[in-house]
Design a protein around this ligand. Sequence first.
Ligand code: FE
Length: 423
Amino acid sequence: MKPHASDLVAAAVVTLLPWQQYICHACGYIYDEAVGDADGGLAAGTRYADIPDDWACPLCGVTKSDFELYAAPSPAALRARTTVGGSNRRASSQRHRPGVVIVGGGRAGWQMAENLRAADADLPLTLVSACAGDRYDKPQLSVGLARGIAADQWIKERAVDAARRLNLTLLPHTQAIRICRDTRQLRTTRGNLSYAHLVLAHGAQAALPAALPAALCWRINHLDAYLKLRSALGDTPRQVLIVGAGLIGSELANDLALGGHSVTLLDLQSEPLARWQAEQAGQQLLQAWAQLPLRFVGGVKVAALAAVNGRYQVSTECGQHFEADQVIAAAGLQTPGRLAQSAGLAWQHGIAVDPLTLCSSAPGIYALGDCITVNGQASRFIEPIARQARSITAAILGGNAVPYEQRAALVRVKTSSMPLTLH
Ligand code: FE
């Protein structure tokens, strides 16, 4: 049958239409039609219109309906953004007003700074970061090898550039030590900071099982540690042992195996991703992993880890022994409690916050991201962070309240050999 003339026109339009980009509202990930999303099953050249409705954002897990057409800002718009802060006179008169101090230079801390600055050009903002505070996409750490992301490609924006753009005072490589509620001061390794409002966004740390000495194993919850691990692994195939087959352990195991390393993955449970057993996540992964140099050993508890001749020996309580070049602890996350305790903040496996305003038990102290719990539940995903920052911004600056709403997370497991979306 001869093609109809209008079909030919349609085909021509499809091929000629430039590739478009779409941005995720929740996390800022940009879907590029030209590139696609290989892990999510979208080949290069997949139009946004052709993406299935159940596809999930590779960074934060929201679905297609949370994306909108993206146009890169023009140079003029970028210039306008860098001149926030009002006139010099106004800025200098504001300088001694205690403003908002944010603790944490990860996604939650920076998101908070973005929102506050967008809502108030003059508000004095200080961001205290234990690390350099450079901005990068943490979820990508678990797909870095398979995607061939080189050491110098991780950082999306240097902390100093973000600080300049947002007109904030950045204290990098600075530890927040203690909160004095009475005087509204934060004590840091670089002196005391006065605040009108304090926002805790310092995240969580990888938990360390009792049998694993910190000095002998890696904990990958930060770019710095990840890059050190990559450099320790080098370019030759190594034997890597990972303790913990939750989301992070399973994704890392998958990525290291795709990168040619020989991986042993241990877990207390009998299958990986046991939390999502009802969705048969573990069984699907095990099938996919049959093709990779990746061995899962379930139902074991690590009893000891020792360094012997530059390598590591791991033994389990049931008497199994393993050797590896590198050992990674991926046994979940826990919130460091010292700072919150110094202010006597209510604590429930994390900083307990009001479910609507995200205010802690102390007036003027808010918290968001991985360090909080709402009704005793942590939700350590990317998607809620932008909504949490909006609620806190409204609570701090007044005006109309933007109540936070806790939602069930949609989790995309970034195991390129078997992409899974879990609820
Ligand atoms: Fe997203």
